[in-house]
Design a protein around this ligand. Structure first.
Ligand code: BDR
Ligand code: CA
Length: 322
């Protein structure tokens, strides 16, 4: 049985791998992609998304242009990690176009008309999702699960405390995390445990498929950027954050989660955008808890299975459209 999903992206090199994984997986029906400001300016994120679908021969997946800035902060900030993403992906310019409808309105229409069977997968700042919930709160009950790439418990990447997607639009993240629906979060704690090496990327290229070639280009760029600016526990390997969130839909065992109360800091002097995780009460009842118990709301991933992740990418990106 396939899982229907909507992928909300700020494409970006790892978003691009996530898009290809979702589009080509036989276990996923990709209903559409909504695009948000984030890794680069909105126009480039949209263009990059269209390039990916055209390159893999799936120009029919609808792409919707969304929010060009956070919901409550005036300035649109972009990812300064240009060595990891850059502005435009290394693929030919798109000849296909985005849909005319705004992403927020499409999300609302699609969820209201749905049977409650479309998983929502945001892998960028949460501006589109929060804006849709604010405009039409009834959509929330139609979302069966939200699988978010975002957050960090041990350490951030945008700041010491905060992961980029949450940090860029913390007010939006707070709305989504507290919306009351089942949420799985795939934070840096998990994505940094599932690195893809240059040897893995070279094997993806050797698959001889458009997706394998593109994945090689994006992942080798990421490895160069990570080695130079944010070295991981071993050199020559990098996280491909957003693709891990997609793989967690196909096979939940690729991540290991803990059910905990999670909220987002929106006004900290040093910690804005931090996902504050209360692991004190995991597995305990309110009656057993002493201090400020709040019920768990998020399955928060703390580990990932690297070999399984790489094997999934190799299997899926070796496929072609149709
Ligand atoms: C997240 O930030 C973006 O740069 C990536 O695309 C990913 O979604 C990782 O912090
Ligand atoms: Ca992203």
């Amino acid at each position: 049985m396939t899982t229907k999903i909507i992928l909300d992206v700020d494409t970006g090199t790892d978003d691009a791998v996530a898009l290809m994984t979702a589009a080509l997986s036989p276990d996923i029906e990709l209903v559409g992609a909504t695009v948000v400001n984030g890794n680069t300016v909105l126009d480039s994120c949209v263009e990059n998304t269209l390039r990916v679908f055209e390159w893999i021969g799936m120009p029919g997946v609808p792409v919707f242009r969304g929010m060009s800035r956070p919901i409550a902060r005036f300035q649109a900030v972009h990812n300064p990690a240009t060595r990891i993403h850059g502005d435009k992906l290394d693929l030919p310019e798109a000849t296909i176009k985005a849909q005319p409808q705004h992403a927020v309105d499409w999300l609302i229409d699609t969820y209201l008309a749905s049977d409650g069977d479309i998983t929502l997968v945001p892998v960028g700042p949460l501006s589109n999702i929060a804006a849709a919930i604010q405009k039409e709160p009834r959509i929330v009950e139609r979302i069966p699960e939200i699988v978010i790439m975002g957050g960090a418990h041990d350490h951030g990447n945008a700041t010491a405390s905060a992961e980029f997607n949450i940090w860029l639009d913390p007010e939006a993240a707070r709305i989504v995390v507290n919306c009351g629906r089942p949420i799985r979060m795939v934070p840096l704690d998990a994505t940094h445990r599932a690195l893809v090496s240059l040897e893995d990327a070279t094997r993806l290229r050797a698959l001889g498929t458009p997706a394998g070639e593109a994945a090689y280009r994006f992942i080798s760029k990421r490895i160069e950027g990570y080695d130079a600016t944010q070295p991981m526990q071993r050199m020559g390997a990098a996280p491909v954050h957003d693709a891990l969130a997609v793989c967690a839909i196909i096979d939940p065992s690729v991540i290991t989660t803990r059910f905990a109360h999670v909220d987002v800091e929106t006004s900290g002097e040093l910690t804005t955008g931090r996902t504050v995780c209360d692991f004190r009460f995991s597995g305990r009842t309110p009656a057993e808890a002493n201090f400020a118990y709040q019920p768990p709301n998020v399955e928060f991933a703390l580990d990932a299975d690297e070999p399984k992740f790489v094997a999934m990418l190799t299997d899926i990106l070796g496929r072609t459209a149709g």
